[in-house]
Structures are given as structure tokens and as C-alpha cells.
Ligand binder design. Sequence first.
Ligand code: SF4
Ligand code: SF4
Length: 219
Amino acid sequence: MIVAEPKSLDEIKAMTDKYDRILMVGCGTCTTVCLTGGEREVKLMATALRLARKVEGREIEVGEQTILRQCDFEYIDELKDVDSYQAIVSLACGAGIQGVARSFPEKPVLPGVNTQFIGFNEEFGYYTEQCKACGDCILHLTGGICPIARCAKGLLNGPCGGTNNGKCEISKDKDCAWVLIYNALEKQGNIEQFKQIITPKDFAKAGNIRSMDLRKAGD
Ligand code: SF4
Ligand code: SF4
């Protein structure tokens, strides 16, 4: 899932200051799971914004809608009455926000959250980064644990000198990814893999303006 954190009410207030009719749109998938941009958060943020405006002696109309995914045009098409609003605040990840912006090119689409990372929902309210979308996955060499996302230095061949009792030198609360990798390979009966040198990754594959085209896959 994509993990995002909410922008503050002050930020959203500032972004919407020149409008008096906005539509706040939630996403029913990732940002719902990370408690940032689902139906409940749309209601809370919309209510807070209305109250903040009232305190200033000004009104704002905030429409509330949540669709299943904002990164999928099929669902964006379900948004209703968009024309009657001056701007849209999206509580989806960066892809979702841009999906809505592309679908309504005449409307300013404002980000209501800060997209953080691809990760796990470890437990209610606690999320961890697992993948940096590097474009060249090596999880088969590392026991299913990503050193790019989970080692503070992104090291590819074993721990640095800062590893300490299984923890990373940046924090006693963070596991050393390379200790996790060692333990995972050992459990999998594949500890020989730990001795294999992983060659430098082609980080060009994680470059900008990426796309993937499967349209000719059957040719
Ligand atoms: S190696 Fe790359 S694609 Fe695989 S989990 Fe790590 S960052 Fe993601
Ligand atoms: S202690 Fe482990 S996780 Fe932390 S930077 Fe060094 S190798 Fe990476």
C-alpha cells in the first residue's frame, strides 16, 4: 500500500483561502487503510475547515465524496457535480491527486496529504516502509527483505560497522536490515547466498518519468 500523512488544517486552510466552494475527495484504498484520506478523514477535515472559516467570520461550502481509488480513471468518473465547486482537495496519494487533476483540467486540485512511502500496515496506526520502487528487484537475493528501503544506507552487501545487537546505528528502535536478511537466509537454508556479492544496482531504472507499456505484450 501507499502510505501518506495528512497535511495540517492550517496548510489546507491556506490552500483553500481564495475559494468558498470546494469538493473534498477521499480515496477508499491506501489512504483509507493508513487513516489519512478515507470517508472518515474527509468528514473530519471538511468539518474542521468549515469551523475554521466560521471562526474567521466567513463561510465555506465543502462537498464530501469518497471513491474506491483515485489512481484509476474508472472510479474518478464516479465523482459527481464537480462543476459546482471552485476547487478540489484530494486526500489520495500523489498518483490519485494527479489522476483527479488530469480528469478535471479546469479545476485546481489541491493535495490534502503528503505521500510518504510504499509499505505495510503493521498494526492499527503503525506503518513501515518496505519498498522504494527501484525498478530492479533483488528480494530473491536478500531473503525477501529489501536493503534499499530498510537499510538506512541502502547497502547491498552486508551490514556496515554501525550495526549493534541487531539494531541500526541510526536508532535503537530500527532493526538492522542486514541482520534481518542474514536471519531470513539462515531460516530458508540459504545462508550461502549471504556470501555472494550483489553487483551494483542499475539505479537508472529508478529514474524519472517512468512508465510501463504492456500493450504489445501479446504480439
Ligand atoms: S529491491 Fe527495489 S523493487 Fe525490490 S523491494 Fe527493494 S526497492 Fe522495492
Ligand atoms: S546498521 Fe544495518 S541497517 Fe543500519 S545502516 Fe548499517 S547496515 Fe544499514
